[in-house]
Structures are given as C-alpha cells and as structure tokens.
Design a protein. Sequence first.
Length: 575
Amino acid sequence: MTAAHAVPDAPSPAAPPPAIAASGLRKRYGDVVAVDGVDLSVAAGECFAFLGPNGAGKSTTIAMLCALAVPSAGRVAIAGHDTRADPLEARRHIGLVFQESTLDLGLTAAENLRFHADLYDVPPELVPGRIDHALDLVGLAGQRDRIAGTFSGGMRRRLEIARALLHRPRLLVLDEPTLGLDPHARARVWEHLRAVREREAVTIFLTTHYLDEAEQCDRIAIIDAGRIVAEGAPAALKAELTGPDAAPPSLDEVFLHHTGRPLHDNPELAPPDAAPASRPEAPDGPDGPDGPDGPDGPDGGAESVRARRLAAELRAVRMVWRRDLLHFRRDRMGATLSMVQPLLFLFVLGVGLSGLMPGIGRGSYQLFVFSGALVTAALGPAVAVGASLLWERQNGFLREMLAGPVRRESLLLGKCLGGATVATVQGTLLLAAGPLIGVPADPVLLVLLAAQLALASLAMTALGVLIATFVRRPQTYGTALAVMMAPLTFLSGAMFPLAGAPAWLSTVALADPLTYAVDALRRTVASRLAAPPPHLFQPLAVGSWHPPLAAEWTLLALLATVPLVWSARRFSRND
Ligand SMILES: Nc1ncnc2c1ncn2[C@@H]1O[C@H](COP(=O)(O)OP(=O)(O)OP(=O)(O)O)[C@@H](O)[C@H]1O
C-alpha cells in the first residue's frame, strides 16, 4: 500500500488538510500517564500503522483522535476539524472499527448498515446504494439479509469495515482489525482493505500487532510507554538502523531496537504462517453510487448547518427508537413472558386476595388491582432499558453509537422512547383484558389510559436509565432492581388501598414514583364506573389534600424529564 499514496513533503495551498493533525497529546488516568506528548500528522490518503507493545497507549491515542476521550493536554484536528471545538463534526469524518465487535448481532448485515447510515445522517435516498456498494467492497454482497450473529469472526470484521465506510469518512480508523483471526480470515480482511484503499478516497490509520501488516502501510509510528519512539516509512526505519548500503533488517528488529523487546513476546500474537495476500489488481468499479464525496458534503451557512444538525439529531433519536422496536418485534418470547406477571396479578392475585378482604367483592377488587396490573405490565420492559444500556455499553452497539456524530442526549432520548414505547404497548395489550373484569369498553377511556401508561412508562424508563448511570455492571443493575421492584410495587398501593394503611406507610408510599402512576390510572378507571366502591377508589391523599389528576400527570412528566436530563449529564462517552 505504498507507491500511489506518497506523503507530500510540504502541503501546497490547495492540498486538503491532514486527515490527522495531533500535537502534544497527553492522557493521564490518575497516576497512570497512558499517553505522554504524542505528535502525529497523517496526510490525506495515507495508510498509517500505529505499533506498540501491550499497554503502550495505542487505544488511548485512538480514543483521543476519535473524540471519545478528552486529552489531558494537546490538540487533535481531524480533516481540519478540532475535536475539542467541534467533536461532532470531527466524528462525522471518521469511520471507526473498534478492537471488539460493536455489531448488533441480533440484526441482519443490512440492518446494521442501515442504522449506521441513520446515525451518520446519510441521505435516505442514497442508503440502499451505499449498503450494496459497501457490502460488495468487503465481499459480503450475498449476505445482506443474514443475521450478523451467525457470521464468522472474519466476516464480522469485514462487515464492521463496510459499516465504518458507509458515511464516506475521510479517515478510517481500525483498532487491531485482524486480532484473533486465523491467517485465512486475516488475508481476506487485508484483501478488502486494499480494495477500500483503491476505490475509496480514505485515509487509513490502524493499530496492529502484525509487522507484516504494518509493512504494507506508507508510514509507521512506534509508541512505547506513551511516547512515539520511531516514525517513518518502513524502508526508511530499516535503513536508519543499518545505513543505506547494508542488508536491511526486518521490521521486527526495528521494533526491538526502539522498544527494547520484540513485538511478539505474547505467543498469541506470533506471526501466523500465512502472510496477507499480496496486493491484488485494483478492482474496477465506481467510486460508489454517488461519487467520491457524495451530495452530502459540506454545505453553506450557519443556519443551514444548525438545521442539518438538528435534523441529524432527530434522525438519530428515531434510529435508536426504531432499533429497540425491531428487537421487541423479534423477541416474541420476551414479550410473551413479560405479560405473565400482570396476568397473574389480575387473575390470580385479583381473585385470591379479594377473599382475604371482608366485604369486598371479587369483581370490585379485580377492578381495583387493574391499574396495578397495567403498571406491572409496563414496568418490566421499561426498566429493561437500563440493563440493555449497560450491556450495550460494555460489549455492544452502544459504543458504535457513542462514536457517532450525535449528542449523547439524543441517544438516551431514543433509548428511553424505545423502552417507553415497548412498555406502553405491553400495558396497552393488557387493556384488552379490561372488559373481561368489568372495565367499560369505552374508546375515550382506553385512549386516556394508554396516554397515562405512555407517560408512566417514560418516567419508569428514565428512572431505570438514571439508576443505570450509577452502576457499572449490568449484573449490579439487575440486583438493584430485584431489591427495589417488590417494595416499590407493594408500596404503590397496587394491591391494597393506601387510605386504609397505617399513616407511616401511606407517607412512605408518597416517595414511590409508582404510587402516582397507579393512582392516576385507577382514578381514570373509577371516573367511568357507574358506582365505584368508595373505600377502594379513594384518591391519593397528601395529608388532608387530594392532589388533582393533573398534578399527578405533571409529577409523572417531571419524573420522566428530570432523570432523563440528569442521566444525559452522567452518561460519559469515554469509558
Ligand atoms: N480507563 C483507564 N483507566 C486507567 N488506566 C487506563 C485506562 N485506559 C487505559 N489505561 C492504562 O493506560 C495505559 C495504556 O493503555 P492502552 O489501552 O491505551 O494501551 P494499548 O497500547 O492500546 O494496549 P493493548 O495493545 O493491550 O490494547 C495502560 O497502562 C492502561 O492500563
């Protein structure tokens, strides 16, 4: 990957800005200085390899280059865009392939690409052509409708490369693109990277532990203990070691000379038998269905930039929301299981407990617990969003979303709207059981209940997401929920009238957000009943004051927005 992409000695006035211009980059984690004053300049069109032993600072450097970690000192500009001043614009010009897979393994190859296109605001009319082109480029044209989870490791990597190229970035960053692949899969990845190089106007910056891969790049930098210890074309680095006339050493020896240890002291990373295939003929083909820059290139004034960005944020919200709905539609088992508890609540507890309460007919009691069953139906899917955020943050698609050119608030909003929609649908399904227990089949009532469920679902989702921002492991979140769910449901008055409970219990119940959701739904049901038993259907009391229904709605709206804003602030991009 050398001759056709030589680095210019000095930029001419018409030359594009460097793909990467980094100066004095430093990153400190507590006492650890991970990166210690790195300067890098990678020209547009160059292929640049970043080498270093484990822990040298490669991934940290990549995180700073991609505006995913804020440098402790120093600056980075990507294609002329400063990552501090305008991280979103800088990210628009980067296609990033993480070290670990960030595909959504439950979606097809084409769906993964489509969601990426939405995230990066690719004009919708261009998306089908770009998907075909990108899949073709990495040899996956026949696999577009296959679920990504069924792909081999090599195919996943190639799909990630296709995905990273979909928005036509100026810079393709690959963190160990062939780590863990067998020699054949490794050679295939490189074959396609070369095709990318030939056919797309893209700069490639990659880290690798394979020196034969680094050797194919225009330039190499070796980083050790956070500092760049050598930089130059592979041939020049070798020549430096021995002088121009002597037999050139291997890149291994160059690495050993600069770092004091061989790159492959980790046996897992020893060079495999098969080197990547030699450079193939440049494949024929267009720059892509819409030319090298595409029609979504840079455009005019500040107004149009603001409008474009707002549209991009809204599109990202819709993308995250649609993705959650797609998963819900595919997960029939999950949807069915989460209806079991509310049905038990309504038809088993509703019948069983009525016998324990003297003077209460079974029918009345079932009507009474109906609102609690609705909240229970929505609660499961609502709080599952917090868990899914943690799982996806740890090992999945969320990392891809966080690397995108959209604000984290948009991602969280999309996630919360997705969870709230699923929760509302689940609750609304239970509404269908209402007439069986005497809830009037009144369309106005059903619409009112569905609207309240939607608001309550958004509040429960946002509260779950907020809790998720305080814990690191999904398991911890699961434990926290297991501890909290039963008391919160019990205290909400879902099963017994709070008016009849000891004063201290009714006071504690006021701190439970579910109380307001249950009460608002119950009051709405009662408003349509001919003669609701007054001892069961007493509205919530705060001292001697009965807050009006509108106050409960307002509180639920606040319970939705405050945690959402709070979690957005806590939602760090870079861990
Ligand atoms: N979030 C973090 N908190 C504390 N220390 C960190 C963090 N991330 C990285 N480090 C430390 O910074 C140093 C550089 O880590 P980094 O992951 O950048 O190295 P690397 O060259 O990418 O390593 P590898 O080849 O193993 O992926 C290491 O000492 C690492 O332990």
